[in-house]
Design a protein around this ligand. Structure first.
Ligand SMILES: Cc1cc2nc3c(=O)[nH]c(=O)nc-3n(C[C@H](O)[C@H](O)[C@H](O)COP(=O)(O)O)c2cc1C
Length: 329
């Protein structure tokens, strides 16, 4: 039996293999996180700590402190309420520490928000609680007619700068696919101290119900066809930026995983497929990936990675406009 080396480096973290469950409710229980590890996950990304939760906590603290000023008698009556309130941040830190105690794979914590008002400074606490790296998901839909693309990009850079100033562990920026000049923007993230980019985050897409005439918020799970979006961009930027590349979106089987690695991904984030099929899907993908590599005579992930990136493939123009006209006609 040949030995296939699935190990990969992600922002300096040495992973036994590139299969990494991405931020999702699957990391909310120690049990399911453990099942993912047992199924063979190389690392795990925690569900996000949302800016809104931190804001809520701040509001609650202010309320408590103001109420305390009213006088001891009044303040006492607020105490049980304050004690009962479960701080979003405290809960997240406790869960992160518990995951670190339970698992022996790297745990990547995730921050999710958009405003510049001091919430990313909590990244330091995540580092202290044992996070091996941080993912910063600036979940921002550029819907303001008065805001330029430069302003939108500056928001990401400013948040990254603030976080970089707080922590020394690696930082990955989780991006939406809606950037008009992604390669240039990735270079800027690199200059500001990011170590990796997660391509891509998926915004939830509200639907319209024609019967009730209502807007329905919903989160669709992906399918394999969704891999093509990140695959193209990873292929274009692979080897040309000094950022680790995490492929996220549509990876459901070993074939999807192979394609992303050939394009140049360092790790493969899995979410929808694990929600649909359970943690054991990860071990299935891993063993099928190994089989594929064996059959195609690749002995390591590093041999496979970027083999068909734009830089190394035979027809680099295929990733851009070439053949488009002949294809559509
Ligand atoms: C139910 C659910 C919850 C998610 N929660 C988070 C989250 O807390 N933070 C985050 O950055 N991404 C979150 N995501 C996005 C996923 O991590 C992933 O980027 C996206 O679903 C695309 O990958 P997939 O095609 O494998 O599902 C969530 C996705 C789903 C479906």
């Amino acid at each position: 039996m040949s030995i296939i080396d699935l190990s990969t480096d992600y922002m300096g973290l040495k992973l036994a293999n590139p299969l990494v469950p991405s931020a999702s409710p699957l990391s909310r229980s120690l049990d399911s996180a453990l099942q993912l590890q047992d199924a063979g996950a190389g690392a795990i990304v925690m569900y996000s700590l949302f800016e809104e939760e931190l804001r809520h906590e701040e509001d609650m603290t202010t309320k408590f402190l103001i109420n305390q000023d009213i006088g001891h008698g009044e303040a006492d009556s607020f105490l049980p309420f304050h004690d009962q309130y479960q701080h979003g941040l405290d809960h997240y830190l406790e869960h992160l520490a518990a995951l670190k105690n339970t698992l022996n794979i790297p745990v990547i914590a995730s921050l999710n928000g958009i405003s510049l008002n001091g919430w990313v400074e909590h990244g330091k606490l995540l580092e202290q609680a044992g996070a091996d790296a941080l993912e910063l998901n600036v979940y921002f839909l550029a819907a303001d007619f008065n805001e330029t693309s430069h302003t939108v990009e500056s928001r990401y850079l400013e948040l990254l700068r603030k976080l970089r100033g707080q922590v020394s562990i690696p930082i990955a920026m989780k991006l939406s696919p809606y950037f008009s000049a992604l390669p240039h923007f990735l270079k800027r993230l690199e200059e500001e101290g990011a170590n990796g980019a997660v391509l891509f985050n998926r915004f939830y897409q509200p639907d319209i119900d024609p019967d009730s005439l209502k807007i329905i918020p919903q989160l669709h799970l992906s399918s394999s066809i969704d891999t093509l979006l990140a695959m193209r961009w990873i292929a274009i930027v692979s080897g040309r930026v000094n950022l680790a590349l995490a492929a996220s979106g549509g990876i459901h089987n070993a074939q999807d995983a192979v394609k992303m690695l050939l394009a140049g991904a360092d790790i493969l984030n899995l979410c929808s497929t694990l929600i649909i099929n359970g943690p054991e899907q990860l071990s299935k993908i891993k063993s099928n990936l190994q089989d594929w590599m064996e059959q195609n005579e690749f002995s390591s992930v590093s041999e496979l990675r970027g083999r068909l990136s734009q830089q190394f493939c035979d027809n680099p123009e295929a990733f851009e406009r070439a053949n488009y006209v002949s294809m559509v006609s």
